[in-house]
Design a protein around this ligand. Structure first.
Ligand code: HMG
Length: 392
């Protein structure tokens, strides 16, 4: 049975911080961010935006009523959960109006979670080919003001509809996973920002890539010449570029090397303007590749390297389906350019604003521009969401 990704949606906040402004405020050479990290802009989420509003907006942008009637599982992968108990997918299931007889749950392993969710969706569809599974990767990445990770923050969500006979990509069932117990990046329950061993995390990322890639090639019998593109988890694009260079062995023909490099450059376009969105980063890179690469064609095989700190990594591949472009957008860059640009002072105030609850555990929230859904307040410790009414 052919199973894969039928639709991909993306949502981010309507506010952006230009990294040249951040560089100036932090007295850093702007080239360090634009060339050293390969980043240009970061999406900044206000207090009315969270993993629920972003996830629901990303999904709403792709789902038809028929999809909502057929989805029987909603999985949200996140590492910026808003509740220790109730899953984000339950809120999103309700906001989207998905039929009631569905399984909804949240999944976690740093930036890796959505990759496990996709494979679980595949297994589910093998048994129930008429159903559809909604996989959402949703995160807001906050490192804190003045931290080394500050220029790599971001906010956004990717929604993927997994079905039989998909219209974009088919899974090849060739996944190779790796787990190693390391403390490169982690966020204890009492902290709103992560603890990061920055250099060590980059070493772990690159070593997991090297060892997983060796094992993947051994098990699959494939090598880079069999791929049109490699997508990487993108904590910041420069690290992924190092990864690509690391696995391009010297025997690779110059034309293949050029193709992989060009497709890599297309895959980082959106992340360069959004930042790290943790669980969604790899899939934002995939979307960027599919929507921006003019040379991809049906049948092309694409490798994906998923990495979540802690650490779990996985390499797997997918093939492009005939007419895949019909399911994609052509104006996403223009949409990103419509985000409101914030001064550094406004970014610091808006991104790190905390909800101030009164003695009843309530607060009203308003005043920010939203996508399709908004967190409008908290009523006796219950978060309140509503659909945003857009002016015609
Ligand atoms: P840093 O202080 O920016 O490090 O921290 P740096 O001083 O090494 O500079 C970065 C690069 O800029 C270097 O290039 C410099 O040479 C270059 P490289 O040596 O790497 O090729 N540079 C310049 N280039 C041009 N002109 C200049 C200039 N100055 C310097 N003037 C660090 C970097 C990654 C440590 C920091 O951003 C950080 O802590 N980030 C957060 C952690 C992270 O992203 N780790 C990545 C791997 S872990 C992961 O991917 C998982 C994650 O997504 C979380 C999860 O799984 O949940 C993070």
């Amino acid at each position: 049975m052919i199973i894969g990704i039928d639709k991909i949606g993306f949502a981010t906040s309507n506010y952006v911080l230009k990294l040249k402004d951040l560089a100036q405020a932090r007295q850093t050479d702007p080239d360090k961010l634009s060339k050293g990290l390969l980043l240009k802009e970061l999406s900044i989420a206000p207090v009315t935006e969270d993993i629920i509003t972003l996830g629901a907006s990303a999904a709403e942008s792709i789902l038809s009523q028929e999809d909502k009637d057929q989805i029987d599982m909603v999985i949200v992968a996140t590492e910026s959960a808003i509740d220790q108990s109730k899953a984000a997918s339950v809120f999103i299931h309700g906001l989207l109006g998905i039929q009631p007889f569905a399984r909804s749950f949240e999944i976690k392993e740093a930036c890796y979670g959505a990759t496990a969710a996709l494979d679980y969706a595949r297994l589910h569809l093998e048994k129930r080919p008429d159903s559809k599974v909604l996989v959402i990767a949703s995160d807001i990445a906050k490192y804190g003001i003045g931290t080394p990770g500050e220029p790599t923050q971001g906010a956004g969500s990717i929604a993927m509809l997994v079905t039989a006979n998909p219209r974009i990509l088919t899974f090849n069932d060739d996944n190779v996973a790796q787990t190693r117990d390391v403390m490169d990046f982690w966020r204890p329950n009492y902290s709103s920002t992560p603890f990061v061993n920055g250099l060590y995390s980059t070493q772990q990322y690159l070593d997991c890539l090297k060892t997983s890639w060796t094992e993947y090639q051994k098990r699959s019998g494939l090598s880079l010449k069999d791929f049109a593109a490699v997508n990487f988890h993108l904590p910041y694009p420069k690290l992924a570029l190092k990864g690509l260079k690391q696995i391009m062995d010297k025997s690779l023909e110059p034309a293949k090397r050029e193709e992989l490099t060009q497709n890599f450059n297309q895959s980082i376009i959106y992340s360069q303007k959004v930042g790290n969105i943790y669980t969604g980063s790899l899939y934002l890179g995939l979307l960027s590749l599919l929507e921006n690469s003019p040379q991809l064609k049906a049948g092309d095989r694409i490798a994906l390297f998923s990495y979540g700190s802690g650490a779990v990594s996985e390499i797997f591949s997918m093939n492009l389906v005939e007419n895949f472009r019909q399911e994609l957008k052509t104006n996403r860059l223009e949409e990103l350019d419509q985000r409101e640009s914030l001064s550094v002072a406004d970014y610091e105030r808006i991104f790190f604003e905390e909800i101030q609850l009164d003695e009843t555990g309530s607060a009203s929230l308003a005043g920010y521009d939203q996508q399709n859904f908004a967190l409008t307040g908290v009523n006796q410790h219950q978060r309140q969401y509503s659909k945003v009414k857009k002016e015609a």
